[in-house]
Ligand binder design. Structure first.
Ligand code: SAM
Length: 284
């Protein structure tokens, strides 16, 4: 007989977001697959529930697939939970769901909050089409490469950003998207929830004053068609990009090569701009 696997969304800060349906499912589940048993134990305590929990995180998810076979043999109901928010969204669960479907489980998602969706709808930016990118890579050069691949994306872009990488990420983002509209959503659903809206440059200035405490989602406006909508902005983005890369101390030849590729300019033209900026800086 096939079993049931529930994918359960849990609060990202505000326990009032726990729905009756989530409570019912957690009450009837036999086994909870959770990221961190200590975190989920707090949720269960709040609900006055005692359940068998099995840890399932990014380092052991594949080993945990056997839990599904055992559950199936014993006809047990399984629920998958993240520490906060919706499982599988920048969280483990993908392998588990694939295996559950192979085994013939009914896979049933139970609605709960997800930080990216709240940030997107609260951002004031278009939500009709968007592109969720999760976390950017760790190394600054990799961050830049990933962002370079997104410069021409027309859909609204959404990123998760951990606090220790916020400053570096904003500085890379500013170099490429400085004049675009954006929104940095902080501490969603919590007491100090805040939406910083403006250009990426303005948001960077605000966060430099306030400090990078809490949890963050960054939403950036997609690329408007430079020919028909705002060619001026595209020019500003190009110049800003070159200026900031030089301020970071990047090599002129690297900056010229990257800018030529991203903004579709002749390398010799970019090089001239680089030289102008360098002279400007020397004369300051
Ligand atoms: N599965 C989760 C979800 O559905 O939102 C996301 C998990 S991911 C490991 C954690 C990241 O989500 C954080 O680093 C932050 O970028 C974002 N996040 C989670 N809770 C948040 C909150 N309350 N406010 C802002 N961002 C949050």
């Amino acid at each position: 007989m096939a079993g049931t696997l529930y994918i359960v969304g849990t609060p990202i800060g505000n326990l009032n977001d726990l729905s009756d349906r989530v409570k019912d499912v957690l009450a009837k589940a036999d086994i909870l697959l959770v990221e961190d048993t200590r975190v989920s134990a707090r949720l269960l305590n709040h609900l006055d529930l005692k359940k068998q929990m099995v840890s399932c995180h990014e380092h052991n998810e594949k080993e945990r697939l056997q839990v599904l076979s055992e559950a199936q043999q014993k006809n047990l109901t399984v629920a998958l939970l993240s520490d906060a928010g919706t499982p599988l969204i920048s969280d483990p669960g993908e392998h588990l769901i694939a295996r559950a479907l192979e085994l013939g489980f009914a896979v049933i998602p139970i609605a709960g909050p997800s930080a990216f969706l709240l940030a997107l709808v609260g951002s004031g930016l278009p939500c009709d089409r968007f592109c969720f990118e999760g976390f950017l890579p760790d190394k600054p050069k990799d961050i830049r490469n990933a962002l370079m691949g997104l410069v021409k994306e027309k859909r609204t872009l959404v990123f998760y950003v951990s606090p220790h990488k916020l400053e570096r990420t904003l500085s890379e983002v500013r170099a490429l998207f400085g004049q675009r509209k954006a929104c940095l959503a902080r501490e969603l659903t919590k007491l100090h929830e805040e939406f910083l809206r403006g250009t990426v440059e303005e948001i960077t200035q605000k966060i430099n004053q306030k400090g990078a405490r809490g949890e963050f989602v960054l939403v950036i406006e997609g690329n408007k068609d430079p020919d028909t909508e705002d060619s001026d902005r595209s020019e500003k983005e190009y110049e800003e990009y070159v200026r900031l890369r030089l301020e970071h101390g990047d090599r002129a030849s690297d900056v010229a090569q990257d800018a030529a590729k991203i903004f579709e300019r002749k390398r010799s033209d970019v090089y001239r701009l680089v030289v102008d900026f360098q002279k400007e800086r020397q004369n300051r």
